[in-house]
Design a protein around this ligand. Sequence first.
Ligand code: MN
Length: 458
Amino acid sequence: MQQLNSLKPYDGSLLMSESATVDSERELPKAESPKSADHAAGTVSPRSPALNSSAAGGANPAPPATGSGDSGRETRAAQNGLTPQGWRVTEQRTEALRRLLEQHQGERHLILLQDFPDPDALSGAWAYRLISEQFGITCDIVYAGTLSHQENIALVRLTGLPAQRCSGQALKEKDLSQYQGCVLIDNQGTTTQFMPLVQQAGLPILAVIDHHTSQGELKAEFVDLRPQTRATATIFTQYLQAGLLKLDSSNTDHIKCATALMHGIRSDTNRLMQAQEEDFLAAGYLSRYYDSQLLNSVLQASRSKRVMDVIERSLRNRVLQNNFSIAGVGYLRYDDRDAIPQAADFLVTEENVHTAVVYGIVHDEDEDLEVVIGSLRTNKITLDPDEFIKEAFGQDTHGRFFGGGRSMAGGFEIPMGFLSGFNENAEYTRMKWEVYDAQIKQKLYRLVNPENGMIRTV
Ligand SMILES: [Mn+2]
């Protein structure tokens, strides 16, 4: 892998921002191949032996949800990469969701995504919306932050994915009384600024469909939490396979949604390199419907100049110490915050570097908001990003960590409190950055420096 790294020119076209680190050596050579995305897409071609059994279902793949015998169930379970028991659970949950939607026919629901929605969340929400339409339910998909990664922007633009940004003043003024309930997809309400408003308005949570570890008690009519599943898009694909919505190849919305789900699975499994059997088989099912050219266009989305500039700053400012590459990039706009994980993705490809940490101060002048955002990427199997970030930065006064956890992958976020806010004075702004830069470096060096024996490994 090191060899590949050192020989390979930078191929940045296919980096996913919030996909986690590579956790298995076996997977590395593929991961570093310049054409890895094509390879990954290739794994879902009908030639793949793993998918032949699934393809054998023929042109009418959606099995009836209920009322069939156990042998049929076993076949379908095998097709979905689940044990018969696992498939039964999926069928039961699909039925429970169907009942929920039946009970709420004709209503209007709000689908809440995390503030910085990724393809997994976006595609799952779209699938939910299409499923709900069959029950006369209207869904508005909203997020309170921004779409930052160029691939996510491309996904929404190219597929016409019906998600709306609702931030700042629009968020405060959002009329929630038009909704009868809300739905959380690929999150549990802890990563959306909408949650306090929803609670204030007394809007009931109807459904939570997510694959992150449980983040506390949730009062919802329907909960499908699967921490063992790699992507929410996989869960939704299984709902489709269980008959909740019959995909139709002549329906462009279905084709585009299948394409989005394929992208969702890919991006949450590090281009399928961390996919499990059920993810591959979900992708295999989608391969009958998705538009590979459209997916290719999404993946080819180019970076903005400002993102390129942040990557350049990370290169210029990086400090190498004990195979760690650490770079502060100064200030960047809120809309470009995804440049940070992308810069980290790039720095970790340098020879003799196993871990990269990139951070900067993200500011939103409209909102007068400033926050330190950072991202860690590692190829080191024994380094757990979650542990490392928790160890490096500790907790706030409420005992909350500044990052880590599966929902954050290798990300961290440090509020600036009293020092937050834009200042006209360039000298002041520079000083403020230098203080944060020095403080973060000091905390990281404490772990990076092996003399102290403090590198946390698992
Ligand atoms: Mn996800």
